[in-house]
Design a protein around this ligand. Sequence first.
Ligand SMILES: [Zn+2]
Length: 143
Amino acid sequence: MTQAAKPVLEGFFTTGESPALLGSRCVKCGTFYFPSVEGFCRNPDCDCSQFESVELSRTGKLWSFTNACYKPPEPYIAKEPFEPYAIAAVELAKEKMIVLGQVVEGVGVEQLKAGLEMELVLETIPDAVEPEGKLTWKWKPVA
Ligand SMILES: [Zn+2]
């Protein structure tokens, strides 16, 4: 029996057909946070300490990107042989906050352009313990 890969981090995103990052929103001033926060709102004009858990926009605009040509140090587990990958900074459609993530396999920087519409997807990455790997969020250009 094959088992679905587990998330690389619990509580960071939903899984399923339309995955979404999980953030929090200040109930008073409406500021969004990712990852989720506890304690006090970081808005200096706000003294609230109550947050609601929210699913963040699944799409956004490509704000900036770069190429990772070197294998990251441990504990990152790279595929062998290492394949360069792109990293995207995406401005979420509704929240207007920037969320970093790898770009899906098979899409390199030469296919990216600032302003491109991007969508959140989940891909499995190698893991030291789980033979089937673990799920993480990635950015994919909207076709
Ligand atoms: Zn607030």
